[in-house]
Design a protein around this ligand. Structure first.
Ligand code: GRG
Length: 295
């Protein structure tokens, strides 16, 4: 048994200290842009993806200092995606991470630029990581770029999600949207940890399948808490999916079957972990934590 709460707090503090160094300080020009970046980045996100990256890396024996810049880079990309997702042209949301969305606070143009800058800072952080070999850096940049973009990454998933609004999409299509929109960056987090830890190709493939199931679980639980929790608890507008006629698991299957699907995804993720000949206790606890999360 490991103390997962302690691990999550420690990995969050570590990644936050590196994020603070990677992002220009708010007194550097253009001040408005850097304030906007920091407004969204340090608003109290869960830092789920960095924690997953650390857990995968530790399982494969990677030292913490080799993991932390890539963990921060993935959080920069994730924050960029949230800023852009909240824009009026997309989800048009006022609240994120318990405070005003970036565009509500700084205006649309600055929010777009803040997202753009976060994305380029992310890839620079990995490219400049002196603790990693050139080969590992190149593999990380290529894999994370694919997971963030199109045609098989987060940007592609976001477009498919927009296209599906108001339509009755079938289960396979729903899965594909989520596996790209949410799952790809989550999978990239776990795979990054493995790559930095020197995992062999077969184990990297297993990690990817594991994280695919974990990403699915994360999305299903996200859909559940969207309808069961309050805006105050979530720090973002609750009930948003239903209002926007989004394709969701509860909308498609009903809440009871959705809860069963969450348990099945958790079991599938653990089956994949069972194929790895390393200590996966932390990763397994992350699965349980994701299944039981309420925010
Ligand atoms: C705009 C290119 C582009 C992509 C947007 C991430 C995303 C794609 C959209 C967010 C919409 C959404 C609610 C997705 C469901 C799962 C998800 C990614 C939730 C937010 O991530 P958390 O819960 O957030 O890790 P925190 O704030 O804790 O970091």
């Amino acid at each position: 048994m490991v103390d997962l709460s302690k691990f999550i707090v420690e990995s969050r503090d570590l990644v936050d200290s590196v994020l603070d160094r990677l992002v220009p300080s708010a007194d550097i020009e253009p001040v408005r842009l850097h304030e906007a970046i920091r407004w969204s980045l340090f608003a109290g996100g869960k830092r789920f993806r960095p924690a997953l990256l650390f857990a995968a890396g530790i399982a494969f024996g990677a030292e913490e200092e080799k993991l932390v810049r890539t963990a921060a880079a993935i959080e920069l990309i994730h924050t960029f995606s949230l800023i852009h997702d909240d824009l009026p042209a997309m989800d048009d949301d006022d609240l994120r991470r318990g405070r005003l969305t970036c565009h509500k606070k700084y205006g649309e143009a600055t929010a777009i630029l803040a997202g753009d800058a976060l994305q380029t800072l992310a890839f620079k952080a990995i490219a400049d990581d002196q603790g990693l070999s050139f080969e590992v850096r190149t593999r990380l940049i290529s894999m994370i770029a694919e997971a963030s973009g199109s045609p098989v990454g987060m940007v592609a998933g976001q477009q498919m999600d927009l296209d599906a609004e108001g339509r009755d999409v079938d289960f396979d299509h729903l899965q594909r949207i989520h596996s790209w929109k949410t799952g790809a960056l989550i999978a990239a987090s776990a795979v990054s940890g493995g790559l930095i830890g020197g995992a062999v190709d077969e184990d990297v493939a297993t990690l990817k399948r594991f994280a695919g199931k974990l990403g699915l679980l994360f999305q299903i639980t996200d859909d559940i808490i969207d309808i069961t929790q309050t805006t105050e608890t979530l720090g973002k507008t609750a009930g948003k999916d239903e209002n926007a006629q989004k394709a969701t698991y509860p909308g498609h299957f009903g809440i009871e079957r959705t809860r069963e699907l969450a348990s099945e995804a958790a079991n599938d993720a653990k089956l994949e972990l069972g194929r790895l000949a390393v200590n996966t206790t932390l990763l397994s606890e992350i699965v349980d934590h994701t299944l039981n999360r309420t925010f």
